[in-house]
Design a protein around this ligand. Structure first.
Ligand code: ATP
Ligand code: MG
Ligand code: MG
Length: 551
């Protein structure tokens, strides 16, 4: 086994528990329900739920639902399903930041009474302008010194919908000259008309992320609020709210580096564009780096958790993780656990001229070379077979150890055959091969010569037709969204999906949705959970056989 990857948060929590500063940790995973979860979220899920699991604590699932315009119930349902599928259980009910809207409103009033918040009438553009820059201090809004009573009255009227969407905001009164721009009177509330998926029409104002997150953590008794490094600059504000409000607890924010994976987008906004533009077949298209897409592609929960463990958790930002590390994780899982089968992706017919028409022969073959617990497969053999077009070459070079005119090859689990005749149609395309069997080669080497190649095959009379979808990376470059001036859609891989009309061995006819196989010599495949039926089997390629990740 490889040495465990660093995880500074786990080490820190362990020290705190051993030192007695913390008795039970409580973490949370806080997605905004504005899209499906992707592999980056899996890192955060494994970190938050994993820590709770390993340290005897608990982890909450809390929807960060403060922007109703972009959120939907369908996303909530999908996110819950993904977290459960990964094998994690949240403690207590599913929570919503919107559960705390009443409390947050009372806390906004509290800040106003203390002279620490005000209603501002500046427009969004003016607010931006007044806020200043990294090198220039901001200047105070002319509305900053409103009286407590006026502020409380305007807040109430905002909440009742008396004003238009960008007419007013509520801001904290902190420090317009702070070197940290987040402290230059951050926005606490915005006006939003329109309904919310949880609270309906109750609210016309919605709290900002900053005004919501830490207080929600405090209400829930979160001990460690783990987030990505973009929020490092927000930490002083997170703490300002906790220090200036009568909150029941003081959670701590800890930041870690987000996951960036090569050839992959990890931004819900960009993934949503692929869905909206119908470049992919929905959020769970098997090419999508969403958890549900990876599931449909054939990834196992164990492989995703293993990958998240392998990449570790650090504060070093900017690194790109090699996608070969992800494919390594699923490949090694499937190598150990997926039953084997033979499937011909691009069939070429073979007639074995010295095998009688009514010949019946069935091989009992292990389901997996190293797993005696797996049931044996029955593989029928007969006069007519299919092999893959790639395993035959008419003008073969010397090193081609598959089938060629006059050459021999072994059929996997069966006999050695020789290609005697190539049959072509009027256009000169090869339509079938006539071959002969050496009956003295079952389970033993042929006499007086070496046959190097072994190819897979399927009986033509017993084989089951199936659709096989060969998926590849969606993008042709390592960082499709690196360049701000180039549309990431310019880097789409035109061959990210190739569909084959394949023929599989009969044991595959009974394959149920989401079951996974190694098609020998071809790769790992999974039965599509939506489109496959017993009458029309559909398999998705999860990953090829070759591992390019060097440990
Ligand atoms: P996106 O930019 O894709 O919309 P987000 O951060 O806005 O992502 P949230 O729903 O707010 O999405 O994310 C929930 C949690 O997942 C947050 O704690 C966030 O920090 C974490 N997260 C999101 N993307 C990544 C990533 N690439 N790597 C690690 N953690 C991530
Ligand atoms: Mg977001
Ligand atoms: Mg977010």
């Amino acid at each position: 086994e490889t040495t465990p990857a660093p995880n500074f948060i786990r080490n820190q929590v362990r020290d705190e528990i051993e030192g007695g500063q913390v008795t039970k940790i409580v973490t949370r995973f806080p997605p905004e329900p504005n899209g499906f979860l992707h592999i980056g979220h899996a890192k955060s899920i494994c970190l938050n739920f994993g820590l709770a699991e390993q340290m005897g604590g608990e982890c909450h699932l809390r929807f960060d639902d403060t922007n109703p315009a972009k959120e939907e119930q369908a996303y909530i349902d999908a996110i819950k399903e993904d977290v459960s599928w990964l094998g994690f259980e949240w403690a207590g009910p599913v929570r919503f930041a919107s559960d705390y809207f009443d409390q947050l409103y009372a806390w906004a009033q509290h800040l106003m009474r203390e002279g620490k918040a005000y209603v501002d009438d500046l427009s969004p553009d003016e607010i931006r302008e007044y806020r200043g820059t990294l090198t220039a201090p901001g200047k105070p809004s002319p509305y900053r010194e409103r009286s407590i009573d006026e502020n409380l009255d305007l807040l109430e009227r905002m909440s009742k919908g008396e004003f238009g969407e960008s007419e007013k905001v509520v801001r904290a009164k902190i420090d317009m000259a702070s070197p940290n721009i987040n402290l230059r009177d951050p926005i606490l509330y915005r006006i939003r008309h329109g309904s919310h998926h949880q609270t309906g029409d109750k609210w016309k104002i919605y709290p900002s992320y900053d005004f919501t997150h830490g207080q929600s953590d405090a209400i829930e008794g979160i001990t460690h609020s783990i987030c990505t490094l973009e929020f490092e600059d927000h930490r002083p504000l997170y703490e300002w709210f906790l220090n200036n409000l009568p909150v029941p607890a003081k959670p701590r924010q800890i930041e870690f580096a987000r996951l960036n994976l090569d050839y992959t987008l990890t931004s819900k906004r960009k993934l949503k564009l692929l869905v909206d533009e119908k470049i992919v077949d929905g959020w769970d298209d098997p090419r999508m780096p969403t958890i549900s897409g990876m599931r449909r592609r054939g990834y196992t929960p164990a492989s995703i958790r293993k990958f998240c463990e392998m990449i570790g958790v650090t504060r070093a930002d900017g690194g790109l993780v090699d996608i070969a590390m992800l494919t390594h994780a699923i490949r090694s899982d499937l190598e150990d656990n997926a039953p084997r089968a033979m499937c011909v992706l691009n069939p070429l017919k073979i007639v074995l001229t010295n095998v009688p028409e009514d010949h019946e022969e069935v091989y009992e073959v292990p389901g997996h070379p190293a797993r005696e617990d797996m049931t044996m497969r029955k593989v029928p053999f007969g006069r007519e077979l299919y092999i893959d077009q790639d395993d035959f070459m008419e003008d073969a070079p010397k090193k081609f150890f598959r089938l060629a005119p006059g050459k021999e090859v072994r059929l996997r689990n069966s006999y050695v055959i020789r290609c005697d005749e190539v049959i072509k149609d009027a256009a000169g395309e090869v339509t079938e091969l006539h071959c002969s069997v050496d009956f003295d080669t079952l389970g033993k080497n042929p006499e007086g010569r070496k046959v190097k190649g072994v190819i897979h095959w399927v009986s033509a009379t017993h084989g089951v037709p199936m659709e096989v979808r060969l998926y590849d990376n969606l993008f042709t470059v390592e960082q499709p969204d690196r360049d701000k001036d180039v549309d990431f859609l310019d880097h789409l891989n035109p061959d990210s999906l190739v569909v084959c009309q394949a023929i599989g061995e009969p044991s595959l006819a009974a394959a149920t949705p989401e079951s996974r196989f190694q098609f020998e010599r071809v790769g790992y495949f999974c039965v599509d959970r939506h489109d496959s039926t017993p009458e029309h089997l559909v398999f998705n390629r999860t990953v090829g056989l070759k591992d390019s990740w060097a440990k």
